[in-house]
Ligand binder design. Structure first.
Ligand SMILES: [Zn+2]
Length: 58
């Protein structure tokens, strides 16, 4: 089976966030560390993640 779905993990804490398909771009909140993560998957299936907002602990 040739699945093109990829798992996206939080770059800050390693929590598995969601699945993505090649060519997609999405924003995902991490439920564990509350970081807002920008996820980009290029057409080759290379996943890049970037934290674009971090909620500091109160
Ligand atoms: Zn996280």
């Amino acid at each position: 089976m040739n699945s093109s779905k990829l798992y996206v993990t939080c770059p800050a804490c390693g929590k598995r966030l969601c699945r993505a398909v090649p060519g997609s771009e999405l924003e995902q909140d991490c439920p564990k560390c509350q970081s807002l993560v920008l996820v980009q998957v290029d057409p080759d299936g290379k996943v890049s993640t970037k934290i674009i907002d971090t909620k500091t602990a109160s």
